[in-house]
Design a protein around this ligand. Structure first.
Ligand code: CAA
Length: 240
């Protein structure tokens, strides 16, 4: 039986590459998205991967959406918590709204996505949780107090889930991508982006597929003893 995989924010950017990599690895994949109907429809048309619309920041919506995916595809074996947003601003200009929106989506969104499927994974004695964190959760980033807090929080989540899930065959790991060529990075002002690329020893942005291949490995049956880990994929920009 094919493993069933759920990828939040799975129709665009890094998430789209992850959805596709898991499909190519033989999984039945469901990809969620929050708002961009057009991109989701195009993604489904191109890949055959079904998309589901809900807001990961809302627990009840997430629970209902996950139940629908399980009704359509079967019990979820693999969760890739990838959905994330930025609301960058220097701290003195950051509003409580910018703080809360990022916390709700990037951090509470991980809880909302994993919690409803956790009991089923424990019962079935198998699960793979992969959380997409960030280099900026490891090193911090000027203008990203909110985002860096959530991405550092992801590392605490997987290290704790790993300890709770290990004896039930569940692994939880994080990937910290560096700067990847996606809309999110392209939204950074060009001058700032150029200065960031200058700090990457690889001399280039990463490709979404370079993150997706890490996810496919961590989600595979072969990766059962890798648990609570953080994999950095950042072109040598930062070492922990
Ligand atoms: N370090 C030190 N000082 C900095 C700085 C930095 N990295 N960036 C800006 N500054 C300084 C500016 O030079 C300026 O100084 P002066 O007032 O003396 O001229 C001061 O900070 C204020 O800068 P701005 O007026 O430009 O502030 P702003 O309100 O326009 O906002 C910003 C700036 C939104 C933070 C902008 O610099 C920015 O977008 N930075 C990029 C943040 C970033 O890396 N985001 C990552 C997005 S991609 C992502 O998140 C994916 C992932 O996981 C990697």
């Amino acid at each position: 039986m094919a493993r069933v995989a759920l990828v939040t924010g799975g129709s665009r950017g890094i998430g789209a590459a992850i959805s596709l990599a898991l499909k190519n690895a033989g999984c039945a994949v469901a990809a969620t998205y929050a708002g961009n109907d057009e991109a989701a429809a195009a993604f489904t048309k191109e890949t055959g991967i079904k998309t589901y619309k809900w807001n990961v920041a809302n627990y009840d919506d997430s629970k209902a959406g996950l139940a629908q995916v399980e009704a359509d595809l079967g019990p979820i074996d693999i969760v890739v918590a990838n959905a994330g947003i930025t609301r960058d601003a220097p701290f003195h200009k950051m509003t409580p709204g910018q703080w809360q929106e990022v916390i709700d989506t990037n951090l509470t969104g991980v809880f909302n996505t994993v919690h409803p499927v956790w009991t089923g994974m424990r019962e079935r004695k198998f699960g793979r949780i992969v959380v997409i964190s960030s280099i900026n959760g490891q090193k911090g980033q000027f203008g990203q107090v909110n985002y860096a807090a959530t991405k550092a929080g992801d590392l605490g989540i997987v290290k704790s889930l790993a300890q709770e899930g290990a004896r039930f065959g569940i692994t939880a790991n994080a990937i910290c991508p560096g700067y990847i060529a996606t809309d999110m990075v392209m939204a950074v002002p060009e001058k700032v982006r150029e200065s960031i690329i200058a700090q990457i020893p690889a001399g280039r942005l990463g490709e979404p597929e370079e993150i997706a291949r890490c996810v496919a490995f961590l989600a595979s049956d072969d990766a059962g003893f890798i648990n609570g880990s953080t994999i950095s994929a950042n072109g040598a920009q930062f070492f922990v």
